[in-house]
Ligand binder design. Structure first.
Ligand code: SDX
Length: 431
């Protein structure tokens, strides 16, 4: 970031401040208010951080007006088409596309860390069978700090690297075993002769009673879904990971906090909520009823999979996901999938509706992903764990960037206090 030598003049009461303006490599300038309270004895007020940059970062950039998403400068549509998830992981973690040797070494390290400590199976078995897999994922990821204490010292770069590889490698196993546990089937161990996405599909759908051959086209679609969910600037769960990490908490605890935040239906839980909404709509003729509900201020209903804090144009991930949905459903011979028909018609109607146009509401990453995952055989309860699995590399990359920042400070927002003013205690007999 460059100090532009420009300043923003802030004048109030008898105070006049010149606040530095910093210029990014892409996106809007920012006003540096780090000294505002010290110099002006005032706070800024921005619930939900609609106009607030919480950090500087070199990892991901979103231009919401044109619908662009870059990872280390590379557009997501090119990465989704030409790269694959572990290569995108390398790019996010280390900043550059790997050479063939670097990629081979990275894939070897991830592949050889996919097993979980055998005793961790006891955590899964402590849950009721009908526990949501996200509840299991939050618990097991947090518990990893107890099983892998040799990669919890965040001041040791080597331990940070080991924790990063362990988390990226083990999340598919944790997600798959949460699924297997919920359906009463035995855990399937990872295999080192399968690539990342194929390994995950096999751990989810293989049973001991017969051989399981991964469909390469489904594995490619799974890998692309992972890539599309890998990172997304300072979204709610990434900001949660950064805030948790700023206290010096161990990486497993911080990623567990990210998993917990992602679970919400306004965030990563939207893919599950979206498919359930599409099923509730059921048929194309019921779409207007739901569009009206989404526009009704007195109705809390929102069109799940639509809208975004940053994108005021198409989410580029939704475009790729929509193409992938057509391919996967054709492959599976379910091209007449009623849910996909409802989704496409809903998208068409919403994008023509003045309400959605005026508020710039477009389909986001969660609108089509659930249709693909459903067609692959996943229950809706597994949609958000798959999002968490894929986003782990984004959380880890942002965590590493923050921990390595010499200016790292604990995150501690202030507030606009509107509560009771100073008053004395009153004994109960006098109240
Ligand atoms: C993800 O941040 C990220 O990057 C997240 C993510 C990532 O990769 O990490 O992209 C993943 O979380 C995608 C978003 C998934 N969530 C959903 O699909 C849930 C439905 N969407 C909404 O809840 C909403 O759009 C949010 C939460 C995504 C964004 O909310 P904002 O930015 O706080 O916007 P807002 O609520 O202020 O909405 C602006 C207006 C409001 O109307 P007014 O008060 O101005 O009259 O648009 C309306 C909202 O009522 N609106 C919607 C709507 N989304 C916003 N109206 C109907 N349906 C919707 N989906």
């Amino acid at each position: 970031m460059k100090d532009t030598q420009k300043t923003a003049k802030l004048t109030f009461d008898d105070t006049e401040l010149d606040l530095p303006i910093l210029s990014p490599s892409a996106g809007p300038d920012v006003i540096d208010i780090r000294k505002l309270y010290a110099q002006g004895k005032v706070f800024t007020y921005d619930p939900g951080f609609t106009s607030t940059a919480s950090c500087d970062s070199t990892i991901t950039y979103i231009d919401g007006d044109v619908g662009q998403l870059l990872h280390r400068g590379y557009p997501i549509d090119q990465l989704a088409e030409k790269s694959h998830y572990l290569e995108v992981c390398y790019l996010l973690l280390y900043g550059e596309l790997p050479s063939a040797e670097q990629l081979e070494d990275f894939e070897f390290r991830v592949t050889n860390h996919t097993m979980l400590h055998e005793q961790m199976q006891n955590f899964f078995r402590g849950f009721r069978r009908d526990a949501h897999p996200m509840a299991i994922m939050v618990g097991v990821v947090g518990a990893m700090s107890a099983f892998y204490p040799d990669s919890t010292d965040i001041q040791d770069p080597w331990q940070r690297e080991v924790a990063s590889i362990r988390l990226i490698a083990k999340m598919p196993t944790i997600a798959a075993w949460a699924f297997k546990y919920s359906i009463g089937q035995p855990f399937v161990y990872p295999r080192n002769d399968l690539d990342y996405a194929a390994n995950f599909l096999r751990m989810c759908f293989a049973v001991p009673a017969e051989d399981y051959v991964v469909n390469p086209i489904l594995a490619r679609a799974m890998d692309r879904i992972f890539t599309l969910h890998a990172d997304h600037e300072q979204n709610a769960s990434t900001s949660t990971v950064r805030l948790a990490s700023s206290s010096g908490a161990n990486p497993f605890a911080c990623i567990a906090a990210g998993v917990a935040c992602l679970w919400g239906p306004a965030h990563g839980g939207a893919n599950q909520a979206c498919l359930e909404m599409l099923r509730e709509i059921g048929t194309v003729d019921r779409i207007p009823e739901f569009i009206d509900r989404a526009k009704d201020k007195d109705d809390p209903f929102r069109l799940m999979g639509f809208g975004h804090r940053v994108y005021k144009n198409f989410d580029p991930r939704a475009k790729v996901m929509k193409q992938s949905a057509d391919e996967v459903l054709d492959l599976l011979g379910v091209e007449n999938n009623p849910t996909l028909q409802v989704a496409k018609e809903l998208e068409k109607i919403a994008l023509e509706d003045p309400y959605f146009k005026e508020k710039k509401l477009y389909p986001n990453v969660d609108f089509y992903s659930g249709i693909i995952l459903d067609a692959m055989g996943f229950p809706t309860s597994m949609f958000t764990p798959i999002f968490a699995l894929a986003r782990t590399v984004g959380w880890i990359s942002q965590w590493k960037e923050m921990i390595a920042d010499p200016q790292l400070k604990i995150g501690r927002p202030r507030q606009l206090y509107v509560g009771a003013e100073l008053r004395d205690y009153v004994d109960v007999e006098n109240r």
